[in-house]
Design a protein around this ligand. Structure first.
Ligand code: ADP
Ligand code: MG
Length: 700
């Protein structure tokens, strides 16, 4: 058996007890697992601090000195160990609250130690809790270690004898036994040469025990590349495999499309819209199933692109459907698309849970007979009784609300080929994320807003400005505009949040009393019918103010609304704020987004708010979000697990990712099955480690 696959309990310094801890706490079972858990930082062993220079904010420090006194205080669970540590400049207290009996036996008064820990201040007195202790003599012998690794750990590990120092010892023991042959190269040799990467063995040794910053950098680059390269290789393989799925060929641009383009289209398409339509047409002409993601900021005009794609389907004799995640959105699409198609010979149907009885039956009959060309609606479209005559295209709006299983149902609605799929999303995703998350898809981006839009003005205000904000709302309403006031609502504090919303609603009612003013209120706890009723009152202009939770976040279109007031802004995420802001600025008037917050804000909240004030560009905001929160927290990415990188960082490693993807694509172009000898190691590696992507695929 390969050493890497052996049980960690046989490693020097581990044993069954510690092995169990590592299993439970960190899911580390084999030597390979252990090797693959990289340090998250390093202690610079070349620098020593002097005790008389230490201050409250010195942070983590390394000291060299002698242990002077060792005293146990208290009994039982409250027992703690304190020590005095002295160098040539002064002395400081050390203190331990756990593992006391073990430490008492290990530590020796009068002996020189090198210690490492974080300076703590309590009533002006400095101390170091739980320092790492290393005998200076032992430390001397390991001259080669310039940086000592620190591994991700847990409280349990730290107190049960698997602290940083022991982890390091175990790793050192592991490397004593590890042979370069155990870690065969997995990258093609010509790549290792081209990028001057250290070998795989070398890179792993360095990542655990670097001797210099420069060496560490090289190892990191290689390991990041490796991680991203194999993921891209796999994603591109999936994509190529999918390219083998037959699809309907929409070869003709016919009368429907042309008539719409020449006579009905009320404006000139933007360059970005034209480019995306060309990309889609190219897909549709290939007799291969299209799987395309269309990204575009709110208001960038995705609907029209979707509609024109549907017209292409019709030109080629196929039906098309458009799915939206909510009834309101589906209705909106139905109305706007029906309006666009006015005077054209296209039958558009609407289907949702609210379409019942005879109406539903009649619609389904006409759909099955091919008399309805476009079906627009909610998830209801996916239900089994809904049968198309010949579905050729399915478009989904705001994709992350649809699960994989639901998408699979779409497939079954068409035969012999699956329908072409276009997924539209208004949640801009940073390029690096898109390449990873949707790496197996074709992605189109509308990165340009239609001309003549006025930038939404975004302002940051607090309670002191409340009266001015109310006054401003009054002015805007006097001009005939409408206002949204949005409150956060999270499940954990739902009752409190609803109370907050209710209080805000009542306060607004006092400021904006009937009969001059009418206010709508909408939140997730309301019955769907009541919600729709309140929404409709706002949409039709009967109410001037809409007080709501984030239920209005996605896609709602009320062009007359020009002010978006967001309460407790600090509680919203960046992309959510951007989505909310996108509800205004849809008409011709100047629109405003007012971010209300408390005075005291965390650094991150400040950063989020200032990003919102600075830019309206959704892609820029998504980049900022990625930097602030990391890829795992970006909306719509949570389920995927694909983003749990060991070392790569999508917020920072964009260039490595780009290179990895290009290299992977080139290799698959030349050698699709990875059959050449120089690609065998990569192929083998993929087969062995590509498991996490098995069965994983977007959309279809
Ligand atoms: P989104 O991408 O958010 O779904 P929509 O498709 O709803 O955006 O379009 C937003 C608004 O912009 C709509 O009122 C639409 O008619 C208008 N629009 C779309 N494309 C253009 C264009 N090229 N020129 C002018 N207005 C456009
Ligand atoms: Mg839209």
């Amino acid at each position: 058996m390969n050493f890497l696959e052996s049980d960690i309990s046989y490693l020097k310094g581990v044993g069954p007890k510690r092995a169990e801890l590592l299993n439970k706490e960190l899911s580390i079972f084999t030597v390979g697992d252990l090797l693959q858990q990289f340090p998250h930082r390093y202690i610079d062993k070349t620098q020593f601090h002097r005790i008389n220079e230490l201050r409250e904010d010195s942070g983590e420090v390394q000291l060299k000195g002698t242990l002077r006194r060792l005293v146990t205080v208290g009994e039982g669970r409250k027992k703690r160990l304190t020590a005095r540590f002295r160098d040539e400049t002064g002395a400081i207290d050390l203190v331990w609250f756990s593992g006391v009996s073990w430490l008492e036996k290990q530590l020796e008064v009068g002996k020189p130690y090198v210690i490492y820990g974080r300076v703590n201040a309590f009533r002006d007195k400095l101390s170091i809790p739980h320092p790492e202790m290393e005998e200076a003599a032992a430390e001397q012998q390991k001259k080669a270690v310039a940086f000592a690794p620190v591994y991700p750990s847990t409280e349990k590990l730290n107190t049960k004898g698997l602290d940083a120092r022991n982890r390091r010892r175990i790793m050192a023991g592991l490397f004593e036994k590890l042979n370069p042959q155990d870690l065969a190269e997995n990258l093609p040799p010509y790549l290792v040469q081209k990028f001057r990467f250290p070998s795989r063995y070398e890179a792993l040794r360095i990542i655990h025990f670097p001797r210099s910053e420069a060496e560490l950098q090289l190892a990191r680059n290689r390991l990041k590349f490796e991680e991203l390269f194999f993921l891209q290789l796999r994603l591109l393989q999936i994509r190529r495999r999918r390219d083998a799925i037959k699809g309907y060929r929409f070869g003709t641009v016919g009368e429907y499309f042309m008539k719409f383009y020449e006579e009905k289209l009320p404006f000139e398409l933007t360059h970005a819209q034209k480019r995306v339509l060309r990309e889609i047409r190219r897909d549709l002409g290939r007799a291969v199933q299209m799987n395309r993601l269309l990204q575009g900021d709110v208001g960038s005009g995705k609907t029209i692109v979707g509609l024109m794609t549907m017209l292409l389907a019709l030109d080629n004799g196929y039906q098309a459907c458009l799915l939206a995640p909510t009834e309101i959105l589906a209705q909106q699409h139905y109305h706007s698309i029906s309006a666009y198609l006015e005077g054209m010979d296209v039958e558009v149907g609407f289907l949702s849970g609210s379409v019942k009885g005879k109406k539903r039956k009649a619609l389904l009959q006409r759909l099955a007979a091919g008399e309805v060309h476009f079906l627009i609606g909610t998830h209801a479209i996916l239900e089994d009784p809904v049968v198309f005559q010949n579905l050729g295209l399915a478009i989904t709006d705001e994709q992350h609300r649809f699960g994989v299983a639901q998408r699979a149902r779409l497939w079954r609605k068409a035969s012999p080929c699956p329908p072409h799929i276009l997924v539209m999303t208004a949640t801009p995703i940073p390029r690096t994320l898109a390449m990873t998350l949707y790496g197996d898809l074709d992605v189109s981006v509308i990165d340009e807003l239609p001309p003549g839009r006025k930038e939404i003005k975004t302002l940051h205000k607090n309670e002191n400005n409340r009266m001015r904000v109310i006054g401003f709302m009054r002015e805007e309403i006097a001009k005939g505009r409408q206002v949204y006031v949005v409150y956060p609502l999270i499940e954990e504090s739902e009752t409190l949040d609803l109370q907050n919303l209710q209080d805000g609603y009542e306060a607004l009612q006092r400021e904006f009393p009937p009969p001059d003013y009418q206010i709508s209120i909408v939140h997730g706890r309301m019955k769907p019918d009541d919600k729709d009723y309140e929404m409709q009152r706002f949409v039709s202009g009967k109410t001037q103010i809409m007080v709501a939770t984030t239920v209005i976040e996605v896609g709602v279109n009320v062009p007359n609304a020009s002010v978006m007031v967001i309460e407790n802004t600090e509680r919203f995420g960046l992309s959510q704020l951007h989505q909310l802001r996108g509800r205004v600025g849809r008409g011709a008037e100047q629109s405003y987004c007012i971010l209300m917050s408390s005075f005291k804000l965390s650094k991150e909240s400040k950063e989020r708010i200032s990003t919102m004030v600075r830019t309206n560009n959704g892609f820029e905001i998504a980049e900022a979000d990625l930097k602030l929160r990391g890829p795992g927290n970006i909306e719509g990415t949570q389920q995927s697990g694909i983003l749990n990188f060991k070392i790569a960082d999508l917020a920072r490693d964009g260039r490595i990712l780009q290179t990895a993807r290009e290299v992977a694509a080139r290799i698959l172009d030349d050698d699709p099955q990875l059959e050449r000898p120089e690609h065998h190691p990569a192929k083998w590696h993929l087969e062995k480690h590509g498991r996490k992507l098995k069965g994983w695929s977007r959309i279809s």
